[in-house]
Design a protein around this ligand. Structure first.
Ligand code: SF4
Ligand code: FES
Length: 248
């Protein structure tokens, strides 16, 4: 007799899970897309962007932190869930300065791609227009703080993989911001290197490699031909789908 598998229902389809899985872990393994920004399976879940919100037995939870369990009935695709995700994305767009048409990451940006996926057509809320700087002090990598969505993936990658802790988060509320752990607060004065894992994980165009701007023509960028639900992101995309992620 075959061993019975642990399963939960995701939009009416049974998804198998292993002990210790979150809903996101099991869904990604099964090839089901749950929108996410601060989640990357290589790192401990952070649960900050909330874009992975799903309905579980009538409650809204973050799929990247919610443990999978037998009998869960997970809503990943209803109008209510999509509306909530779109609202969260609109807040992210107005809290920073995201000028997609001029951004080097356009066409390969997870924030932009998830916004398309949810059918976001306008920012809806009033723009905050925060004053934020660009740090071009490093020879190989630039940081545009205008685009940072505070996902902390660079913080986790630099601390847990590169063992450098170049990045950290400071401040509170609307004043929360990414900081560089260097005497002058500049990337060029830190131990950061373009080969670091932290240089590869930014889901938006905040950490960008220099010397290769706009090197992929429109039509050949990661999300030009297929949506993020098919292509996946830098960490989860399936081989053969989409072009180069542009590395940062
Ligand atoms: Fe996330 Fe990029 Fe901001 Fe780092 S710079 S916190 S990876 S959005
Ligand atoms: Fe789950 Fe960000 S992806 S909270």
């Amino acid at each position: 007799m075959s061993e019975e598998k642990n399963t939960f229902m995701l939009d009416g389809v049974a998804v198998e899970f292993n002990e210790g899985d979150t809903i996101m872990d099991a869904a990604l393994r099964a090839g089901a897309y749950i929108p996410h920004l601060c989640h990357n399976p290589e790192f401990t879940p952070h649960g900050s962007c909330r874009v992975c919100v799903v309905g579980v037995n009538g409650r809204q939870v973050s799929a990247c932190t919610q443990p999978a369990a037998t009998g869960l009935d997970v809503d990943n695709g209803s109008g209510d869930i999509t509306d909530e995700r779109r609202r969260l994305l609109q807040m992210l767009f107005v809290e920073g300065n995201h000028v997609c048409p001029g951004c080097e990451k356009s066409g390969a940006c997870q924030l932009q791609a998830v916004a398309y996926y949810t059918g976001m057509l306008s920012p809806h809320f009033t723009h905050f227009f925060p004053k934020r700087a660009v740090d071009a002090s490093h020879p190989d990598t630039a940081i545009d703080y205008n685009r940072c969505i505070l996902c902390e993936l660079c913080v986790r990658a630099s601390r847990d993989v590169d063992h450098k802790s170049v990045f950290s988060i400071s401040g509170r509320g609307i004043g929360t911001h990414l900081t560089i752990n260097a005497p002058g607060g500049k990337l060029g004065d830190s131990t950061f290197a373009a080969t670091d894992k932290a240089a590869q994980v930014c889901p938006v165009g905040a950490i960008l490699p220099k010397h290769r701007g706009y090197d992929q023509p429109i039509g050949e960028r990661l999300y030009d031909k297929q949506p993020i639900s098919i292509v996946g992101d830098v960490a989860t995309r399936k081989p053969g789908n989409g072009g180069d992620s542009h590395g940062g």
